[in-house]
Design a protein around this ligand. Sequence first.
Ligand code: UDP
Length: 342
Amino acid sequence: MSSQNSSAMPAITGPVLITGGAGYIGSHTTRLLRQLKVPTVVLDNLSAGHQRFVQGPFEKADLGDCAALDRIFSTHKPKAVVHFAAKTYVGESVTEPSKYYLENVHFTWNLLEAMRAHGCRDIVFSSSCATYGNPQRIPIDEAHPQLPISPYGRTKLHMEHMLEDFSRAYGLRFAALRYFNAAGASQSGELGEIHAPETHLIPLVLFAALGLRQKISVFGNDYDTPDGTCIRDYVHVEDLARAHVQALGKLQDGIARLACNLGTGTGFSVLEVIDACQRVSGRPVHVEIAPRREGDPPRLISGGSAALDLLGWAPQRARLDDIVGDAWRFHLAEAQSAKKSS
Ligand code: UDP
C-alpha cells in the first residue's frame, strides 16, 4: 500500500456507493477503499469524471435519473454512500445558478430519497469551505458563521441543511466534510487532477512549467497579505480520501451527525505556490500580474479541531513541496503520454 496509513483505518462495511467516483477526490477515495478491501461501486455520468480513473464496479448513470438510482440501489445494495458528484465552479455558479441548484441540491435530494427507499442510512458528503463565505476570522473554525457568497457555496450549504433535516427526521447519519483547497495527486502517479476547463492554481502553474501554457496570471498582488497575493490552505487529495474513510467508520460506529473542516491549518500565497512549482519542476514559469478575481477572499485557512477530535484525522502529507511534487509527477507523465500518442 502507498503511504496511506492502513493500520489506523477503520473496518468499513460495504458495499460503498461512490457518486462522482470517476472524479478527482472520488477516484482517490475509491482507490483507498479498495486497497482496504471494501467493496465499492462507482456511480458517475462522466460529465466531469474520467473513465480511466474508474476502479471496480461502475454504473454510468446520472443522479437526475431516479429509475437508474432505484436499479443501482436494488442491484448493489450499498451500505453507505460517499457523495462527491456535484458541479464545482464558483464562477459558473454565478452565471448559471440553475444548473447548480438542479445538480447539487435537487440531485442530492434524489440520492437521499433513494437511500431512504432502500434503507441505506450513512452518507459522507463533500462540503466546502465556500459555505463560510468571507471569513470573519482566520483560521476558520467549524463554529464560524456559514454565510456563503456564491451560488456554489449556497448550494453546498443547502445540501448540508438537507442532510441535517433528513438526519433528525429519518435517522440518516451524515458527515459533512468542508474541504479547503484540494491539491496534489496519488503518490503512485496513476490518479490526479484533470478538470476541463482547468481553473485551479497548482495545475495551471504546472502546465506553464510544462510549456502547455505561456504563463500564469496572478489574480491580484495588492491584497493585505505579506506578499500581496491570496493565501490558501492546500490539502493533499490522499489526506482527503483518508478523511472520508475515517468519517465513514465513525458513522458506522453510530455517530449520527458530524461536520468538520479538512485543511492543514497552514496557508501559502499564490507566489509561494508558484515558487514551489518552479523549485519542484526545476523549470521556470513566466508570471504575469493580473487583476483580482471577483469573490476571492485574501485568506482562507482552516482552523478548528473537529477533524482531529471527531475523526482522529490529521494531514500526513502537508508539506507544500510534497503536494506540488505529487501533482508535478502526475502532470509530467500525462504530458509525456499525450506527446507519445500524438
Ligand atoms: N489563482 C491565480 N491564478 C490562476 C488561478 C488561481 O492567481 O490562474 C489564485 C486564486 O485567485 C486564488 C488561488 O490562486 O487566490 C487559489 O485558486 P484556485 O482556483 O486554485 O482555488 P480556490 O481558492 O478558488 O478554490
